[in-house]
Design a protein around this ligand. Structure first.
Ligand code: PLP
Length: 389
């Protein structure tokens, strides 16, 4: 009998808090409780740490600290970027994004199209989940106010060529926002070389607790605040700063930079071992995404003839946490919008599972997963009316 392990392979949904991040945060739940805006020493001490945290986040992107605005999450950063840019430029009425964005971008765009009179273009992707940049060039027009394209996809791990996209947007004089929640800390993003105007970041995909994010706003970008209030964040985001979490995000960025190369090697080696280990014994599998251009920690595998949800339940019973490509939270059995946009055949899309690793994933955990998954698939396929050996 295989001894049961607890294996967390759902790091694109959220990550464990790193011990270093937790340690860095703790004093700010205790003695360091001052308001950083206060004139006295209690505030001044905290303000100093806030400055350092902002420098650490900025350093990850090679930008200036005053171009970083702290927010409550990746979703807020996306909402701030999109709605703030449009609010500051009401003349232009066309907005462009992709069909494979996270709901925190896609649903904002669709809300604006439905309720605020914007004309929306949603760029499609090919079978591998890649965009057609020639198509992008033809849809951007003088009336285009904003373009949002994610830096990497949360479901497939596909990396988008945001440098080229940013250059196209610049040439067409269109403000460019990228949701880099999945890419940040996993691949290098030097914004001195990539001319994006706005970039969204979330802490809990980077080993902080949930509830902290940041928005990079290139100096000179016209944007209104999303939360209007006091002078915090240079007047760009009102509200007394979430000090412990901001400190945690600074530490998480510092750790991500320090570990980036080694982590990419570690997780891609384990990810490739997992893929190969499963595909060598399980027939009728398909890798969703572009294996030549994806995040090192992510694989999304379609197992034909069975339901992703059933796979996840059985994996969970065996102690393995993964995630399904299909979002049937609404009760509908629609496969994920990302896989549908890619035209993944239904029989695969329904049986797709995302495994996402982190630098804390061990080889023993991957070996255990390689042992468990084939039996789960085999048992489910035996029950499937569609499957014949
Ligand atoms: C998780 C995620 C978000 C949302 O971030 P929150 O901090 O959970 O609001 C946005 N975009 C992508 C690509 C994500 O993976």
């Amino acid at each position: 009998m295989q001894e049961k392990m607890q294996v967390y392979l759902d790091n694109n949904a959220t990550c464990m808090v790193s011990p270093g991040v937790k340690d860095a945060m703790m004093p700010f739940f205790g003695e360091l409780y001052g308001n950083p805006s206060s004139m006295h020493n209690f505030g001044g001490q905290v303000a100093k740490h806030l400055v350092i945290a902002r420098e650490k986040v900025a350093a990850m992107f090679n930008v200036d600290p005053d171009e970083i605005v702290f927010t409550s999450c990746g979703s807020e950063s996306n909402n701030h970027a999109i709605r703030g840019v449009l609010e500051s430029n009401k003349e232009k009425k066309h907005i462009v994004t992709t069909k494979v964005e996270h709901p925190a971008v896609l649903n904002v765009y669709r809300f604006l199209a439905k309720n605020k009179g914007y004309k929306i273009t949603e760029l499609g992707v090919n079978k591998q989940g890649d965009l057609n940049l020639d198509e992008l060039k033809t849809v951007l027009s003088p009336d285009t106010a904003l373009l949002s394209v994610m830096a990497a996809n949360n479901e497939t791990g596909n990396i988008f060529p945001i440098k080229e996209i940013a250059e196209i947007a610049k040439e067409k004089n269109v403000v460019f926002h990228t949701d880099a929640v999945q890419a940040a800390g996993k691949i290098p993003l030097d914004l001195k070389k990539i001319p994006v105007d706005l970039l969204s970041l979330s802490g809990h995909k980077l080993h902080t607790p949930k509830g902290i994010g940041a928005l990079y706003i290139r100096r000179g970008t016209a944007i209104t605040p999303f939360i209007i209030g006091g002078h915090q964040e240079n007047g760009r985001r009102g509200g007394t700063e979430n000090v412990p979490y901001i400190i945690g995000l600074g530490k998480a960025c510092e750790e991500a930079v320090a570990h980036m190369n080694e982590e990419a090697g570690h997780v891609s080696k384990l990810r490739d071992k997992l893929e190969a280990g499963l595909r060598s014994v399980i027939t009728h599998t398909y890798i969703n995404g572009n294996p030549l251009s994806r995040l090192p920690n992510t694989t999304n595998i379609g197992f034909e003839f069975i339901e992703g949800e059933a796979i996840l339940l059985h994996l969970s019973k065996a102690g393995i946490a993964a995630s399904s490509g299909s979002a049937c939270t609404s009760g509908s059995l629609e496969p994920s919008h990302v896989l549908m946009a890619m035209g993944v055949p239904f029989t695969y899309a329904h049986g797709s599972v995302r495994f996402s690793l982190s630098r804390f994933t061990t080889e023993a955990e991957i070996d255990y997963t390689i042992k468990i998954v084939p039996d789960v698939i085999k048992n489910l396929r035996e029950l499937s009316p569609f499957y014949e050996e």
